[in-house]
Design a binder for this molecule. Sequence first.
Ligand SMILES: *[C@@H]1O[C@H](CO)[C@@H](O)[C@H](O)[C@H]1NC(C)=O
Length: 271
Amino acid sequence: MFIYLCATLVSASSWTARTYPKEQVDIWTQRLGPVSDVNSEFASLDSVTMDDTESNDVDFDARTRWPGFISDSRDPGMCCGLYAFAAASMATDRLAIHGVATMVVSPQHMISCGTTCRGCKSCSVYETADNLKSIGVISESCFPYVSERGRVPQCPANCQNGSQISPIKPKYVYREFTVKDDVYANGPVVFIMNIFPSFNRYSSGIYYPASTERPMGSEPVVIVGWGTDGDSEYYIVKCFRGVLFGERGYARVRKESKLWAGSGFGVEFEQ
Ligand SMILES: *[C@@H]1O[C@H](CO)[C@@H](O)[C@H](O)[C@H]1NC(C)=O
């Protein structure tokens, strides 16, 4: 029965599975936020649209459009701080793309200093966007990540080396956008993906869950591009599961509405 199910799963979809260590899968599962209902009031408040209007490229990948400017996937460890990693990753990439600063943005800053939501827990898109707007971003070298075991240090008064903290404040943090247009023009964007059990076995290819699967929760990812595979379209997403997950930390995920909660946010910095 088990073999039959696996064979069906792999042949019915255009992705390959692999078995990750159980301890790793347990951590991924424990870190999930609530399932995002595409029909919920919360999601419908966001004017994010999944359709492209101007950016009609059939394929787009920020990693080839802006070589060397897209940061690798990081893994928060046993801290449910994916919201801060997603925000920091998007900010790192966009600061580089727009020539504002070359630095790895500190996720610890938002985990310790977030105003609307902080700590090793799941924060919503609204709360994370609000945090980014109010505290801005600082570098990883100023405040390195230390929460991988769930310990959350207090918001510090100074950088690790004693120098003054001087955050870069965003010009805009926005939750209304069209995914493809925004990625095409501005760079990677944070989006919420519903996670189905089979995603914890994703190795490569164009992922989509079996029709019988139910979502277990959600996690923030960063959309870096898109493509088409036969009749189906997919997004290329950076997951916050480290570079050993999927395609070097990335996954290609079908544009199926049950996977996408329809909510996310972008950031723009003063150039
Ligand atoms: C201290 O760290 C900050 C942030 O990484 C850096 O900008 C600054 O140059 C450092 N100062 C010294 C004296 O090393």
